[in-house]
Design a protein around this ligand. Structure first.
Ligand code: FAD
Length: 601
């Protein structure tokens, strides 16, 4: 089959490509692609573009630098990004730009893409970048959708696409329940390998869609939905190339001949792993991950609750159950509008008027679905053999039914295509693609998230929802909220879905986000993760004691990366060469991500 992005039946397989889909998910992925194409109104720009150079680097220096890099890596392993910006879709995502752009499509673009094949080649790239003072930006898979996709923060950086050639599963240890992976190993790939080896006693933990890299997702502190859902907390050991080219192994990896790198994360001395997540202090070339034991049985459950105001009581009920592990996974409490959006029909099926879709239309639509009308739906899973599950499920049932109108959904009443079963697969470690459906809520759908962290308290949940509702209303945006409840905190995840080809809708999304971030910070809530264009604003809210934490981060940056070449600006951390030159993105900077040059030295 030709590699044709507009052929709805073509989807790359995992056997062809590190970023491909497992054979057993092919049909579902083809269906997802056909769905994306069916609501697409924009034709991709097929024209080659003018190259964007790194800041402060002119054409002659850049040409020489690229020549040198090709000598180091091989001519085919360095590609100039004068390519057309084709958005593709989740399974055929570009590394030329952010497929879900929220600025102009060609704002956050690299000048070139380099494909290292080994840790040594990553070291060579880093030394090369220092030599030419060219910013580089590592990605593992580049599917960081909602957070910047494959785009670099500084326009004209050289993208280091780690996953294409460094995508081996280096080890799966069935006795220790651990693995060691390179950057390009997806959740799909690890799942397939474990199945192939017949290790039925090992489970992976996967995000809602399984095509991301384990390593990139974990470094960005992404989440999944088994009890091992906080990926950063269950990793063990990194190999990192520092911005000056040295390689280190963290934890027990620093001890030659050790056999505990993946079983004891700390080693001896300061625990350095933390500085390599959500940062720009190193390029990770290997990562250890612990794997969950198959609990010997599992059972999904869902409860619906009728009223908006049930949120307060419900969250109070959830807190002790979650902390005491009766509720065992980072389950989801989703709003009814999400129940409708995830069906996959665009919002125009239900409403074609101006502004946000009226809630009575959503309720009326919900009343005709298998879940029936509701305002909140809780999806969870109980683990273990039947008698253990029964103990926990009985407690949950009694507690959830304290909310008047709280209703347990009988899974037997739900058709196999219902979203409930996608949650069932994900919470039991089987990757899926179902979640892509709500992204088509609007044509040319893209999404960007507001994700503040709060205590698991009804009052906090209500306050955050009120902030989100007010700002969405002002900007005429549908509010799609869900609470993801961790062990002692919860994230409110509000996905703004927008038509990426519509400049006004992109601006509305950004205005709404910037306002919510500020409102939330004023109430003491900060975001756990964010898109490239919001990093400066969010980093700026973590400003206790006159910005002491950012001053510390900058000190580290300047020591570890004296030439400021590695991912400048990522997570709001700018090297000294960029500071004070207006590189930070704020409300005022509009669509421009660029500052006023870079200091020579
Ligand atoms: P990459 O894009 O490769 O990496 C992420 C970032 O980490 C990069 O931008 C880079 O800054 C840094 N990085 C990557 N590799 C390296 C390296 N080797 N060294 C140093 N820094 C590096 N996410 C979740 O966490 N949970 C979800 O449930 C979830 N659901 C989603 C649902 C939908 C419908 C969509 C579209 C997205 C969802 N996402 C979710 C967001 C995203 O797709 C995943 O988090 C994905 O795993 C991240 O992309 P990636 O693994 O390809 O990371």
């Amino acid at each position: 089959m030709a590699d044709d992005k507009n052929d709805s039946t073509y989807v790359p397989l995992l056997s062809e490509k590190h970023s491909g889909i497992p054979q057993w998910l092919l049909e579902k992925a083809q269906d997802a692609k056909a769905h994306v194409l069916s609501v697409k109104t924009k034709t991709d720009n097929a024209k080659p573009r003018t190259l964007v150079y790194p800041p402060g680097v002119d054409k002659s220096v850049f040409d020489e630098a690229v020549g040198d890099l090709r000598e180091l890596l091989g001519a085919d392993q360095v590609v100039l990004n004068d390519l057309p910006l084709e958005d593709g879709w989740y399974m055929e995502h570009p590394n030329t730009h952010d497929m879900m752009y929220v600025l102009d499509q060609d704002e956050l673009v690299p000048s070139a893409i380099a494909y290292p094949g080994s840790t040594e080649e990553v070291q060579q790239i880093v030394r090369w970048a220092n030599n030419y003072r060219i910013p580089i930006f590592p990605i593992s898979m580049g599917r960081n959708f909602g957070y910047g996709g494959a785009a670099p923060r500084v326009r004209g950086s050289v993208l280091v696409d780690m996953g294409k050639r460094m995508n081996k599963i280096l080890d799966i240890n069935p006795d220790d329940y651990t693995c060691l992976v390179e950057p390009g190993v997806s959740f799909f790939a690890l799942h397939e390998e474990i199945q192939k080896k017949g290790y039925d006693h090992l489970w992976i933990d996967t995000p809602d869609v399984g095509g991301g890299s384990i390593l990139g997702n974990t470094l960005d502190r992404g989440v999944g939905y088994t009890p091992y859902g906080d990926h950063w907390s269950v990793h063990s050991g990194l190999e990192v190339v520092l911005p000056t080219g040295e390689v280190i192994r963290t934890g027990m990896g620093a001890l030659p001949g050790n056999n505990t790198w993946q079983t004891f994360p700390y080693g001896f001395g300061p625990y350095s792993d933390g500085i390599f997540s959500q940062s720009n202090y190193g390029i990770v070339t290997k990562m250890g991950m612990t794997l969950m034991p198959n609990p010997g049985g599992f059972e999904s459950f869902a409860y619906t609750f009728p009223k908006e105001e049930d949120l307060t009581q419900l969250i109070e009920i959830i807190r002790p159950l979650r902390i005491s592990n009766i509720l065992e996974n980072a389950a989801q409490l989703r709003h009814v509008i999400q129940s409708i959006a995830v069906v996959g029909q665009p919002r125009s099926t239900y409403y074609t008027g101006e502004g946000a879709i009226p809630i009575d239309i959503i309720h009326e639509t919900a009343s005709k679905t298998p879940l029936g009308d509701h305002t909140w739906v809780y999806y969870g899973m109980s683990y273990g053999p039947p008698h253990i599950r029964k103990y926990k499920l009985d407690i949950i049932d009694a507690e959830f039914k304290k909310v008047p109108g709280g209703r347990r959904i009988d899974p037997a009443t739900l058709p196999p295509s219902h979203y409930f079963w996608a949650r069932d697969r994900i919470a039991s470690g089987t990757p899926d693609v179902e979640e892509l459906r709500w992204v088509q809520w609007v044509p040319n759908g893209a999404h960007i998230a507001f994700s503040p962290v709060s205590p698991i308290r009804g009052a906090d949940a209500t306050r955050l929802i009120e902030i989100a509702r007010r700002r969405h209303h002002e900007c005429g945006i549908d509010l799609l909220p869900a609470f993801i409840v961790g062990l002692r905190e919860m994230h409110l995840i509000v996905e703004i879905v927008y038509d990426r080809t519509d400049k006004k809708r992109r601006k509305a999304a950004l205005d709404c986000l910037r306002a919510m971030i500020q409102d939330a910070a004023e109430c003491g809530y900060g975001e756990y993760r964010t898109h490239l264009v919001l990093m400066d604003q969010i980093a700026g809210t973590y400003n206790w004691n006159d910005g002491a934490l950012m001053k510390f981060n900058e000190k580290l940056k300047d020591v570890l990366d004296p030439n400021g070449i590695l991912a400048p600006g990522r997570c709001g951390i700018w090297p000294r060469q960029y500071r004070g030159r207006g590189w930070e993105m704020t409300r005022e900077s509009g669509e421009s991500s660029q500052g006023n040059g870079v200091a020579a030295d």
